[in-house]
Design a protein around this ligand. Structure first.
Ligand SMILES: Cc1cc2nc3c(=O)[nH]c(=O)nc-3n(C[C@H](O)[C@H](O)[C@H](O)COP(=O)(O)OP(=O)(O)OC[C@H]3O[C@@H](n4cnc5c(N)ncnc54)[C@H](O)[C@@H]3O)c2cc1C
Length: 382
């Protein structure tokens, strides 16, 4: 069937970035800062930038400080609610103990961080990127990695449309588009479909520990003004999970009477009957938690995989012509705030050396070797 398909139309860029999450957008912005002549495209499968970003998050602003110095003086930035208080609860079936902050690891201290909607942060970063001339195509999923005859990645293709149930092209069939890039950056987030293909094809996880995953379920609520405590960051562990099940909850109070509540479960739980969704719902009935939601309205909800393997599970991140985003790869396993590691994403953290050809506009050849980005050593050193 493949031979019968029409040729894909193609567009050429210097850099093709898959995913308009914090890492993809930060990389696009950084690359434009390094070389404004670069022709950069970002593909985003959500209908708009931020549409698929789940996390109502506590974010360390150090990444943004490094990427966009002076952002604090701008109007309209999305970092509106500074963390005012950290609270840790150990929940039992009917009671709770508040743990003193000094017994918690320093990385759980959120002083200086912000409670944000990460979707709004992405929308804001998207505007910044577009203002610098980055082309962002929302509504287009990259469905296939494209290779040249030498096996080097030359770009990605968007999915074909109008395929019938039986897999054959229907009357409205439209061939996907090929987006060819001298460099390709994969910023799909956890367990991205292209990343999985690339990890398998290039053996990027050889010598690494297997990745471990959790599931994060999250809801955004509009609570009554009496229950709203902007800046309060609360985490809990214990009930309803038993000692054989890892996980815990978060409850972040945002501006505008909004509360982001979520539950993370490590996916190595032993009880086959356990339902992460049901555990999340049970958690909200605990006497220490339920009052927050009295008279409240749920605004949105979702769930997303989380990588939890830590540094030893980070696959190799660079290979011919491709970089994978580091934000999601487990750098900051022990921190609540992960999105700040957008600062550590390859393009952002490599002002010299690795991205020199792009920065200096040096023409790149199609040889896989010459397009190998020497990012690995530097990234491994982070
Ligand atoms: C429940 C939950 C709570 C969290 N809480 C926090 C927190 O409090 N603080 C914090 O700092 N971090 C938190 N995180 C982690 C944070 O969300 C991630 O570290 C961060 O979003 C990763 O950024 P990313 O750009 O790598 O990927 P993502 O944010 O996942 O973005 C990937 C983007 O790529 C798009 N995409 C994926 N595949 C394709 C494709 N094939 N083609 C086109 N587009 C594609 C997606 O639609 C998405 O927009 C939380 C995560 C979850 C799930």
């Amino acid at each position: 069937m493949a031979e019968e398909l029409p040729e894909r139309e193609s567009m050429e860029f210097d850099v093709v970035i898959v995913g308009a999450g914090p890492s993809g957008l930060a990389a696009a912005i950084r690359l434009k800062q390094l070389n404004e002549d670069l022709n950069i495209v970002v593909l985003e499968k959500g209908a708009e930038v931020g549409a698929h970003i789940l996390s109502g998050a506590v974010v360390d602003p150090s990444g943004i400080d490094a990427l966009l110095p002076g952002w604090r003086d701008e109007e309209g930035h999305p970092f509106k609610t500074a963390v005012t208080r950290d609270r840790f609860l150990l929940l039992g079936p009917s009671g709770s103990i508040a743990l003193p902050n000094f017994v918690m690891p320093p990385l759980m201290n959120n002083h200086g961080n912000y409670v944000v909607s990460l979707g709004n942060v992405c929308r804001w970063l998207g505007e910044k990127a577009e203002a610098l001339g980055v082309e962002i195509y929302p509504g287009f999923a990259a469905s296939e990695v494209l290779y040249d005859d030498n096996g080097a990645v030359i770009g990605v293709a968007t999915g074909d449309m109008g395929i019938e149930r039986n897999g054959t092209p229907g009357p409205n069939y439209t061939r996907g588009m090929a987006l060819l890039g001298k460099y390709v950056l994969i910023g799909e987030g956890v367990r991205g479909s292209l990343a999985k293909q690339l990890i398998a094809k290039f053996g990027l996880d050889e010598g690494r520990e297997p990745q471990k995953y959790g599931i994060g379920l999250k809801e955004l609520w509009e609570v009554s003004p009496e229950q709203s405590k902007p800046g309060l960051v609360q985490h809990s562990f214990g009930w309803p999970l038993d000692a054989r099940t890892g996980g815990g909850s978060f409850l972040y109070h945002l501006e505008g009477n909004q509360v982001a509540v979520g539950f993370v479960l490590h996916l190595n739980y032993k009880n086959p009957y356990l339902s992460p969704f049901e555990e999340f719902q049970r958690f909200k009935t605990h006497p220490a938690i339920a009052p927050v939601f009295e008279g409240a309205k749920r605004v949105s909800y979702g769930a997303r995989a989380i990588s939890e393997g830590g540094y030893q599970s980070v696959p190799k991140l660079s290979f011919p012509a491709v970089l994978c985003s580091a934000v999601r790869r487990g750098w900051s396993m022990f921190r609540v705030s992960r999105a700040h590691t957008m600062r550590c994403c390859p393009a952002c953290s490599l002002p010299s050396g690795s991205w020199r050809p792009l920065r200096q506009g040096v023409p790149m050849t199609r040889s896989p070797k010459s397009r190998q980005i020497g990012a690995t050593a530097r990234l491994d050193a982070i």
